[in-house]
Design a protein around this ligand. Structure first.
Ligand SMILES: *Cc1c(COP(=O)(O)O)cnc(C)c1O
Length: 457
């Protein structure tokens, strides 16, 4: 008999979690204004709001915590981190920051100016926020196929080279750089192929523009290249990683994702001029250059996490768990962005709640229903997250409207996946009875989804 697949780790420490009653959840959610970001974590049974900073560190990483060097300047933990980043990416200059958006803030303070246009593949919300707050434009050049959730293609996160080239022809002088998000979070954790990264590089070279990778899930992207792209089966994740970054000038990183730390981020680049230009903003916003926004111990844990998470077994364990959940949803006929992405399942809410009009936010409504059903906290990646158009102030209904079930790294077991799938099936089975959604009663001008207040209709 062939041995079944199992995790490449065993559990050394556990954290209790607690179930609740439907009545309790009704009350808590009302108090939270139907925004799951406003819930307390104790009010949640299985927390899928994000895979960011919620992973379980390894015993090696915890050991690294004890060895952290907290010196203000020149800490050995910084040099350890820098050495790993340079080894993995080839980038010589490293600026640590407290998380990914801080890396964006520091680098974009130098690179982005009013009136600029930044083409890329589905900019992440904080990336878009840091571009739009500087009165610049984030221009989405993702392939059209990414919007068809039921279409199964291997690299649905790709940049459309024709859209990118058109942008460069029309707006050449206004474009400071191209940004490619690996994996493409907003499109559903969908990977970008090496072939596509190469095409982007060629176009960038033709128009003499630099390329930045928003790299939060670069290791998962490398896993998909290894398992899906011709010619990479026999290469190691570290070899693929190196080859990917050879096609970029620099990167911003939320280390809370593929670094498997609870807090952290960095900028890395091969360009001395970017380093020189950005470093003053690091000192201004984050801290001195050898710690940025991080503790020495956290830089140690990150150095170890980056090394661990660029090993095949670790990534295989993670991504097969996402696939396990996806197979369950297939059994129940629940539509999600196909194929399953690297860090999450993205349920296609308008295809489930067909009676809820877009003006009443179907994905947010589904998020509310899933929480009420079983205390499972997902996250809307849809019309709320899309914010309003900065010029017209209209809601942006032109993208996807998804319920994201983000799976933290090394945290839940497949039994939890079974509970998630069953809860979603229960909501799915009564979908015809859900005819109304939610209405906004208060919202912030930018990144409203974190603090928006809603009422049920
Ligand atoms: C999480 C994330 C960011 C922002 O990072 P934070 O650590 O949350 O500040 C940027 N880009 C992508 C693709 C992300 O997933």
């Amino acid at each position: 008999m062939e041995l079944p697949f199992a995790e490449s780790w065993k559990i050394k420490m556990v954290e209790p979690i607690r179930k609740s009653t439907r009545q309790e959840r009704e009350q808590w959610l009302k108090e939270a204004h139907y925004n799951v970001f406003q819930l307390k974590s104790e009010q949640v049974y299985i927390d899928l709001i994000t895979d960011s900073g919620t992973g379980a560190m390894s015993d090696r990483q915890w050991a690294g915590i004890m060895l952290g060097d907290e010196s203000y300047a020149g800490a050995s933990s910084f040099f350890k981190l820098k050495e790993v980043i340079t080894r993995l990416t080839g980038f010589e200059y490293v600026i640590p920051t407290h998380q990914g958006r801080a890396a964006e803030n520091v680098l974009f303070s130098y690179l982005v100016h009013e009136g600029d246009i930044i083409p890329g593949n589905s900019h992440f919300d904080t990336t878009k926020g840091h571009i739009e707050s500087r009165k610049a434009i984030a221009l989405d050049c993702t392939i059209d196929e990414a919007r068809q959730t039921q279409l199964e293609i291997p690299f649905k996160g790709n940049v459309d080279p024709a859209k990118l080239e058109k942008a460069l022809q029309e707006h050449h002088s206004r474009i400071p750089f191209i940004i490619v998000t690996i994996t493409n979070n907003t499109a559903g954790g969908q990977p970008v192929s090496m072939q596509n990264l190469r095409e982007v590089r060629n176009i960038a070279d033709k128009y003499n523009k630099p390329v930045i990778f928003d790299s939060a899930r670069f290791a998962e992207n490398a896993y998909f290249i290894k398992t899906r792209e011709e010619g990479y089966q026999d290469k190691s994740i570290k070899e693929i990683t190196k080859e990917m970054f050879a096609l970029a000038d620099g990167m911003t990183m939320s280390a809370k994702k593929d670094g498997i730390v609870n807090m952290g981020g960095f900028i890395a680049t091969r360009r001395q001029d970017w380093y020189e230009g950005a470093k003053g903003f690091c000192v201004q916003f984050e801290g001195y250059l050898t710690y940025g926004g991080m503790n020495g111990r956290d830089m140690n844990a990150l150095a170890i996490g980056l090394d661990e998470n660029t090993k095949f077994n670790n990534l295989e364990t993670r991504i097969r768990q996402i696939e396990y959940l996806a197979k369950k949803l297939d059994e129940y006929g629940i539509p999600y962005q196909r194929p399953a992405g690297g860090h999450a399942i993205f349920v296609d809410a308008p295809k489930v709640l067909t009676h809820v009009p877009k003006e009443e936010f179907p994905a947010q409504t589904l998020t509310v229903e899933l929480y009420l059903e079983a205390g499972i906290r997902g996250c809307e990646i849809g019309y709320l997250l899309a914010d309003r158009d900065p010029v017209t102030r209209e809601n942006r209904f032109n993208g996807l409207d998804l319920l994201r079930l983000a799976i933290p790294r090394r945290v839940y077991t497949d039994n939890h996946m079974n509970v998630i799938a069953a809860a979603l099936k229960n909501v799915y089975d009564r979908r015809e009875t859900i005819t109304r959604g939610v209405r906004i009663t208060w919202e912030a001008p930018l990144m409203r989804h974190f603090t928006v207040q809603l009422e049920r209709l």
